[in-house]
Design a protein around this ligand. Sequence first.
Ligand code: PEP
Ligand code: MN
Length: 343
Amino acid sequence: MMIVMAPHATAEQIESVLDHVKSEGFSPHRSDGKEQTGIGVVGIIDRDVDPRQFEVLDGVAKVVRLSSPFKLASRQFKEEDTVVDVGKGVKIGGPDVVLMAGPCTIENREMVEAIAPIVAAAGAKIMRGGAFKPRTSPYSFQGMGEEGLKILRAAADRHDLLIVSEVMDRSQIEMMLKYVDILQVGARNMQNFDLLKDLGKVKRPILLKRGIAATVQELLLAAEYIMAGGNRQVVLCERGIRTYETATRNTLDIAAIPVIKSISHLPIVADPSHSTGMRHLVAPVARAAVAAGADGLIVEVHNQPEKALCDGAQSLLPGQIQELAREIAGIAKTIGRRFHPPV
Ligand code: PEP
Ligand code: MN
């Protein structure tokens, strides 16, 4: 960490900062420039220290972190990309762009059985579907729970698909491990630290969605919670953040994808459904995310979206997911990656 003194800082203020650094148990390294003095704080791990404790001292202009506040999730710690092995040869973070698709929520057996072949036909390897739904209103459909997961597992198995489904509470983890291949942490739960800590103890990949008001750094610190517990199989998800823009449900932060790629080794996928909120916007945004380097997509699809219990407006129609899959294959090839939709 580097403390940069203001150009007009007095000799007393500089001395006082040096004393403060020493009194905190660190050794200060002073370097006097032409206009400003810099004080390197040596002997601390940046991630454990709040820079504001130095920033508020008299005569300090700013404090600059020299290493990231997260460690296990950072590229400084691990240079090569993490590839998350979900099973059945499906790997997220390698050369393949991975498509996950399915309904927002598991509604009943009939609809899940109707959607599974559509998902498989588009070349998706992983089927999504929530059994526990974090709904804004307590009066909205809350999900089928374990019964829904049984339905999803059976349909997915019939089509050789893996499953991703949201865990809302730590009490659900053990039961869900019987059915799901990836445990999803939803945007609303990104900073549910007790949940993250418990997910650190499981040996199953985690799909960690960015919170609607979370910075990239906060997302990576949330991933750090899971990794610090011992589970290194974390896939990040950019699902849009809340901004002043109302034309879309959320604002997909496309730049977050290359930003995260540069500072973290973890794979990242994009969710063009929850970020846009409307069917006609999903494919263009999905294409952009893949072009920006996303390792995969998680997309909502429905056989009868007009009757969907949840998020019908943003669910792709069967033909649309097929078309999107073809487009992704083209983009993947252009940028030196692979996506093979069935012909
Ligand atoms: C979901 O994927 O079903 C979901 C609720 O998404 P998010 O947590 O991103 O809102
Ligand atoms: Mn949804």
